[in-house]
Design a binder for this molecule. Structure first.
Ligand code: BTN
Length: 255
């Protein structure tokens, strides 16, 4: 891993310039939140060999066994107005990085899933450290399944990994290095007024899921519709029988 990171260093400036590694830790998001609270620079990375309390969206656990996945979190300093787009930008970066390092094309599923043909290959969890109108400090945690893992039965059928999809081993350090290179580019685009380009690339990676039926809960009732787009704030746009709705957070099931 160190060798791949060293090789990519000239194509990165901030991202991964400071990288802290734990063989095991509770959650790399915990470590990055602490680092951010102590003033860690934009692009500082906390990574681990495995996590004992990896977490995903909506309070779910993120299985993080040793030797089969990438688990890392990045401290990002961004202009406040673009902070809501950081998870979508990170999704594009993960897709770009996996493609560049392995050739595998992945899809993105709103809001934070890395997906291959209906199976989850990775996920992103962004947590806000502080935010005012001008600046936001966000921790974006990224988990990527590199190789098959022994998962609980309820997850096993719904998960996949890069090596499962390709049927061969990949250079794991290179996957991390290329995701960091891509994340540097995508966060720079966001910071420099390029949100529309980031969203256009997100839509291109999500095209196979647009038009699909989605269901979510509103005020205790299940609402259904068809996903049509993401808007400029990163909300999912859904056409329902009664009109167009924007979903900004929460659980959406795709059918
Ligand atoms: C999800 O799909 O709900 C998001 C999963 C995010 C997992 C990553 S692994 C690195 C970082 N540390 C965590 O505890 N979670 C994120």
């Amino acid at each position: 891993m160190a060798e791949a990171l060293a090789r990519s260093a000239l194509r990165r400036r901030a991202l991964g310039a400071h990288l802290a590694w734990w063989d095991a830790t509770s959650s790399t998001n915990d470590r990055a939140m602490e680092a951010a609270a102590s003033g860690a620079a934009h692009g500082s990375v906390c990574a681990a060999g495995y996590q004992t309390a990896g977490r995903g969206r909506l309070g779910r656990a993120w299985q993080s066994p040793a030797g089969v996945g990438l688990y890392f979190s990045v401290v990002l300093h961004l202009p406040g107005p673009v902070a809501p787009l950081v998870t979508l930008a990170a999704g594009v970066a993960v897709a770009d990085g996996i493609r560049a390092s392995t050739g595998l094309a992945v899809q993105l599923k709103w809001p934070n899933d890395i997906w291959v043909d209906g199976r989850k290959l990775g996920g992103i969890l962004s947590e806000m450290v502080r935010m005012d109108a001008a600046r936001a400090v966000v921790v974006t945690g990224i988990g990527v399944n590199l190789a098959p893992a022994a998962l609980p039965p309820d997850l096993a059928g719904r998960a996949t990994s890069i090596e499962t999809e390709l049927g061969r081993a990949v250079d794991r350090g290179l996957v991390l290095a290329e995701i960091l290179v891509a994340l540097e580019e995508r966060t720079r685009q966001l910071a420099e007024g390029g949100s529309q380009a980031v969203l256009a690339d997100w839509r291109a990676h999500a095209s196979s899921l647009m038009g699909r039926r989605v269901a979510w809960e509103r005020d205790g009732e299940v609402v259904e519709g068809r996903a049509t787009d993401v808007d400029e704030t990163g909300a999912l746009v859904v056409r329902t029988a009664s009109g167009v709705e924007r979903i900004v957070a929460g659980e959406v099931s795709w059918t």
